[in-house]
Design a protein around this ligand. Structure first.
Ligand SMILES: [Zn+2]
Length: 433
């Protein structure tokens, strides 16, 4: 069979027409590139991106003819960031009422807000927040519930289908908790028994717990979120271990909300993957977390972020100091720290994404070096989320999730707030150069 010019032309045309756009080669010139494992910078690197993944990376990588070239010679390039504690499908509407600052006011507003935002609205809130966190440089998040009737699964699917921009989402589905969820009993009208379970899966027995885990997996959860201790009655070590086993059998990890010392102890002894918040952890409990390889997702609110929740300033500062002390002790104890924020309310002058970056203030105050903060925001977070083989560091075969900043975050972590470029799975999602 002979091939003539017309055939070749036709074949070329077909290839051009039907090659997926992702097959296009993109070459990034990185003036400075952060090695996230080593906490060092290399200069004049080339990153070759094909099909959303890194095809080659190094100083001697040749840029093939026809490749799109993105010139970040003047910038510092590093992996996309992780936030291991988001509530993308929930924002307190209008913010907390600063004139009603008691604990009760906060809780009442939380209840009213969750009641008045149905799942369809939550999904749209999620789409808005997903775009904002991605633009701020967060290319992967673990979303830990408060999405009403699985709006988080809908959001994850919409992002995966390319319908809306957003990070890679490891979502929790509905939060599992003892009866009452995170609502105070006195606010729940017993004549309206559906009020709590619209937001939480109540589980008080092992049958309940097994059913709740399975329902979440069936409805698209990729992680299980267990609220251990927001009621006077808390999950036991045995109950926590039961959830860990049930989730683990299906390949899911467990993130445990723990705000009391007993709750954190039960969660760690029960074998969860991470303690969320962990505001009450003495040294001995931090040591136990390290021994059992339980990560701390500290949601380390700086005072301004308590303030934004309507907390009076002196209380906000006291709370923040306590958290910074716990963060310092956790770092010194060698606990794996994975960055997680917990922003679910508007913060004046900030987007959902830029507000999340403010949490590095607490890390700096705790004396944690920038290299360790960056590991908490990338590789260590990726390991907790079980995506360390694909995301969290820049290397051959890894997803092309990366950001670029004018300043060097290894010298000043605040440089992250000045990100000018964000790439997600090889697609440029922000370029403000
Ligand atoms: Zn939270």
């Amino acid at each position: 069979m002979t091939t003539n010019r017309t055939d070749v032309l036709a074949a070329t045309l077909l290839l051009t027409l039907f090659s997926p756009a992702t097959a296009q080669l993109t070459a990034i010139r990185a003036g400075r590139l952060i090695d996230i494992h080593e906490g060092t910078v290399t200069t004049d690197q080339v990153i070759l991106v094909e099909g959303g993944k890194i095809a080659a990376i190094g100083p001697d990588v040749e840029i093939p003819d026809g490749a799109d070239v993105i010139d970040l010679s003047d910038a510092v390039v590093l992996p996309g960031l992780f936030d291991c504690h988001t509530h993308l499908c929930y924002t307190v509407k209008g913010g907390f009422n600063h004139t009603n600052q008691g604990e009760m006011g906060f809780r009442e507003q939380f209840l009213v807000n969750t009641l008045t935002q149905p799942a369809a609205y939550r999904a749209l809130v999620g789409a808005s927040n997903a775009r904002e966190v991605l633009k701020a440089g967060f290319t992967t998040v673990r979303d830990v519930g408060n999405a009403c009737d699985y709006a988080d699964t809908a959001l994850r699917m919409a992002v995966e289908d390319g319908l809306v921009p957003g990070p890679t989402i490891i979502n929790a589905g509905m939060i599992i908790s003892p009866s009452g969820g995170q609502f105070p009993g006195e606010l729940l009208n017993p004549e309206l028994p559906g009020i709590g379970p619209h937001e939480y899966l109540y589980a008080d027995t092992r049958d309940d717990l097994r059913k709740a885990v399975r329902q979440n997996i069936l409805r698209g959860a990729r992680v299980i979120k267990l609220v251990v201790d927001d009621q006077p009655y808390i999950d036991s070590v045995g109950e926590t271990a039961f959830v860990v086993a049930e989730a683990g059998a299906a390949g899911l990890k467990v993130a445990a909300h723990c705000v009391t010392e007993a709750g954190a102890r039960h969660a760690i002894e029960g074998g969860v993957a991470s303690v969320e918040h962990g505001f009450e952890m003495p040294d001995e409990l931090l040591d136990l977390a390290r021994e059992r390889d339980v990560a701390l997702v500290g949601t380390d609110f700086p005072a301004d972020l308590w303030d934004a929740q309507g907390m009076p300033r002196p209380m906000a500062e006291t709370r923040s100091e306590k958290i910074v002390d716990r963060l310092r002790r956790a770092h010194e104890a060698g606990v794996t720290i994975a960055f997680g924020t917990d922003v679910f309310f508007p913060v004046a002058g900030q987007t959902r994404g830029s507000a999340a970056l403010l949490f590095t203030d607490s890390f700096r105050e705790a004396g944690i070096p920038p290299a360790a903060i960056l590991r908490a925001m990338t590789v260590d977070a990726a390991r907790l989320l079980g995506v360390e083989g694909e995301r969290g560091a820049l290397g051959r075969g890894m997803a092309a999730d990366l950001i670029a900043t004018p300043g060097n975050p290894l010298e000043d972590i605040d440089a992250l707030r000045e990100a000018v470029f964000v790439m997600k799975d090889g697609e440029v999602v922000r370029d403000d150069r």
